[in-house]
Design a protein around this ligand. Structure first.
Ligand SMILES: Nc1nc(=O)c2c([nH]1)NC[C@@H]1CN(c3ccc(C(=O)N[C@@H](CCC(=O)O)C(=O)O)cc3)C=[N+]21
Length: 281
């Protein structure tokens, strides 16, 4: 039977190998070691698990990395203080503040205070603005990873109906902008969309980022659609996507598995953006 998987795990591994090589060259030719700082607030197990994956990825490609684990009770002021230190630390090229943050901390305020040149998540308003103007500096990692995966599999995007479900600042909105710039016809749906199925059934490429396990079923999609599942929710300790994979599989042209699809691509793009930050300095 035809293999329908968009294998993010394997592509991410190739990308990491290329980054590892570039990192060696940088070190040999210029004595530079790319550095990433990850900041995590609170004790959410899922967040800590992602952060461990990021740390491991940095180590494997030869980056310098430091993880700042902060108590949930930290004040916004204290967090800003740390970010200021990281902004001026020459060993650090990229800063990532793991989201979500506790309610008493204003996410926008934090993103605004990261040096845009070190904003490898691409969440600073300047970087998001430049993305929307189609002169991207840092493209957010998940959208960038999704696009890279589709290009690797030579899936054509121009003129296609791309339906994105989910309007988060970190996935849905930047993904819509990115695919618009690829000349797709983009529809951005969300929790208030009326008659969602009407849109999803028209999608040549359906990108789902809502965080609702098995939300998309066979009856909602077009025959031969490309399905991108950016959902990662733990259900009974098992990572589950937003798409009911087994239900839709027969009907799709290609689909990303969870795990092994968008997640590993996100981390590969994080490394790539950190390397870009070194070259931009
Ligand atoms: N500032 C910020 N930047 C982020 O990029 C960011 C964030 N905050 N907050 C949370 C989300 C989530 N996220 C994931 C990254 C990798 C996997 C990943 O590698 N998943 C593996 C499986 C990992 C496992 O099994 O636990 C996979 O899908 O194959 C998942 C989720 C990044 N995020």
């Amino acid at each position: 039977m035809k293999n329908k998987l968009l294998d993010g795990k394997t592509l991410a591994k190739q990308i990491r190998a290329e980054i590892s090589q570039k990192c060696k060259d940088l070190k040999r030719q210029a004595g530079i070691i790319p550095g990433l700082a990850v900041v995590i607030v609170g004790d959410d197990p899922a967040s800590h698990s992602y952060v461990r994956s990021k740390e491991k990825a940095c180590f494997e490609v030869g980056f310098y990395s430091e993880v700042h684990k902060l108590e949930k009770s930290i004040t916004q002021q204290e967090l800003l203080q740390l970010i200021k230190q990281l902004n001026s630390n020459p060993k650090i090229n990229g800063i990532l503040v793991q989201l979500p943050l506790p309610d008493h901390i204003d996410e926008n305020m934090i993103n605004e205070n990261i040096d845009p040149k070190k904003d490898i998540d691409g969440f600073h308003p300047i970087n998001l603005g430049n993305l929307f103007l189609n002169r991207p500096n840092f493209v957010p990692c998940t959208p960038k990873g999704i696009l890279r995966l589709l290009k690797h599999y030579e899936i054509s995007i121009e003129g296609k109906n791309v339906v994105v479900i989910g309007r988060s600042n970190i996935v849905g909105k930047p993904t819509a902008a990115l695919f618009l710039h690829e000349n797709a016809t983009v529809t951005l749906c969300h929790s208030k969309t009326e008659d969602l199925e009407m849109y999803t059934k028209q999608a040549d490429i359906l990108i789902v980022a809502v965080g609702r396990p098995n939300f998309i079923t066979k009856d909602m999609i077009k025959e031969g659609a490309i399905i991108i599942d950016a959902g990662t929710t733990k259900v009974n300790n098992k990572l589950t996507g937003d798409v009911d994979f087994d239900d839709v599989y027969d009907k799709v042209e290609k689909i990303t598995p969870v795990p092994g699809g968008v997640g590993p691509m996100t981390i590969a793009m994080l490394l790539e953006n950190t390397l870009e930050a070194v070259l931009k300095k």
